[in-house]
Design a protein around this ligand. Structure first.
Ligand code: FES
Ligand code: FES
Length: 167
């Protein structure tokens, strides 16, 4: 079945079974490997993408529910990796193994879009569904505060950014 949606700003159509999880479509049909499979059961957050700007677990979202909607993955968060969250992640050197980090960044960027200056408890609540087996939580929290500051005062040219890892 043909299903059309906007993916990272571009009109996209896939011809797949409607019940196929969006995560499968992203990784296997569209070759966007930044979004990761962790648990497949909405428990870990590794597969988080934005759907109409809201964080969603793509492992449990049938692709049919993407029809007509705006989907953003880690590859589309910014054109050059300069989104304030990506810049802050790089500056604070958040990742350890990196596997969970695309999902962390997508949840963090959705949080900041709705709450530009979150408190520690706002962050803990918004990020509670994103598990990091390397326990980078302290750096994640620091990076979200830093991203909030960067969003208000854009990074200078020497500050570079990071994007999704391939795996
Ligand atoms: S893979 Fe989707 S929440 Fe774990
Ligand atoms: S950095 Fe390894 S699981 Fe989060």
């Amino acid at each position: 079945m043909a299903i059309a949606f906007t993916l990272n700003g571009k009109p996209t159509t896939v011809d797949v079974p409607p019940e196929m999880p969006l995560l499968w479509v992203l990784r296997d049909e569209l070759d966007l490997k930044g979004t990761k499979f962790g648990c497949g059961r909405s428990f870990c957050g590794a597969c988080t993408v934005h759907v109409d700007g809201e964080p969603q677990r793509s492992c449990r979202m049938a692709v049919s529910r993407a029809r007509g909607r705006e989907i953003t993955t880690i590859e589309g968060l910014s054109e050059d990796g300069a989104h304030p969250v990506q810049a802050a992640w790089q500056e604070i050197d958040v990742p350890q193994c990196g596997y969970c980090q695309a999902g962390q960044i997508m949840s963090a960027s959705a949080l900041l879009a709705s709450n530009p200056q979150p408190t520690d408890s706002d962050i803990d609540e918004a990020m509670s569904g994103n598990i990091c087996r390397c326990a980078t939580y302290t750096r994640i929290r620091a990076a979200i505060h830093r991203a909030a500051d960067l969003a208000q005062a854009p990074p200078t040219s020497h500050e570079t950014a990071t994007g999704g890892s391939e795996a």
